[in-house]
Design a protein around this ligand. Structure first.
Ligand code: FE
Length: 204
């Protein structure tokens, strides 16, 4: 049972011009696919061959297998990222809307925080909206580090690696972050994640 490469939840051009079809095709079809392929190559014939991606990530971390951790965690982070965006932004509602107002004051303030932390993040990584004990926070992780496992539940993520925005925005990471937060965050996905008992799981 190999780890799959889930299809994009929308068409290649659905996020343009914020993220072009060329970027999505390369990012999903080359980068994400390579992480999945390398994960599968590393687990083939081992006791992790039939494990869930979340268990592979945890096992790699526990045994200090940096290569497997990077490829498995990046596989997970990218699938979570595709789902974190939509052709047009929805609006938070219900419990999630109340939690956003409580933690940040407003959705606009939360989006400003995502842009600020995503811009300040040095080099490659991810900026996340997470919930811990029902309370929301913006967090950053470096390189492949992930919220796949653990007691903080990820609600949304934005990829900060240059391959996510360089073809469309060159060096202007803030322009990419402002456009994604203003137009493409999938608040329905965030609300599902906020309501679920445990963390989102990678499709099998
Ligand atoms: Fe990426």
């Amino acid at each position: 049972m190999a780890i799959i490469l889930p299809p994009l939840p929308y068409g290649d051009d659905a996020l343009a011009p914020t993220i072009s079809a060329t970027t999505l095709q390369t990012h999903h079809g080359k980068h994400h696919k390579a992480y999945v392929d390398k994960t599968n190559a590393a687990i083939e014939g081992t006791d992790l061959a039939a494990a869930s991606l979340e268990d592979i990530i945890a096992a790699a971390e526990a045994k200090g297998d940096k290569g497997l951790f990077n490829n498995s965690a990046q596989s997970w982070n990218h699938a979570f990222y595709w789902n974190s965006m939509a052709p047009s932004a929805s609006a938070p509602s219900g419990d999630l809307a109340a939690a956003i107002d409580s933690a940040f004051g407003s959705l606009d303030k939360l989006n400003e925080e995502l842009v600020a932390q995503g811009t300040a993040h040095f080099a490659s990584g991810w900026v996340w909206l997470v919930a811990k004990d029902g309370k929301l926070a913006v967090e950053q992780t470096h390189d492949a580090a992930t919220f796949a496992n653990g007691d903080a539940k990820p609600l949304l993520v934005i990829d900060l690696w240059e391959h996510a925005y360089y073809l469309d925005h060159k060096n202007l990471r803030p322009d990419y972050l402002k456009a994604v937060t203003a137009k493409h965050l999938n608040w329905d996905f965030a609300a599902e994640n906020y309501a679920r008992e445990s963390n989102w799981t990678y499709p099998a």
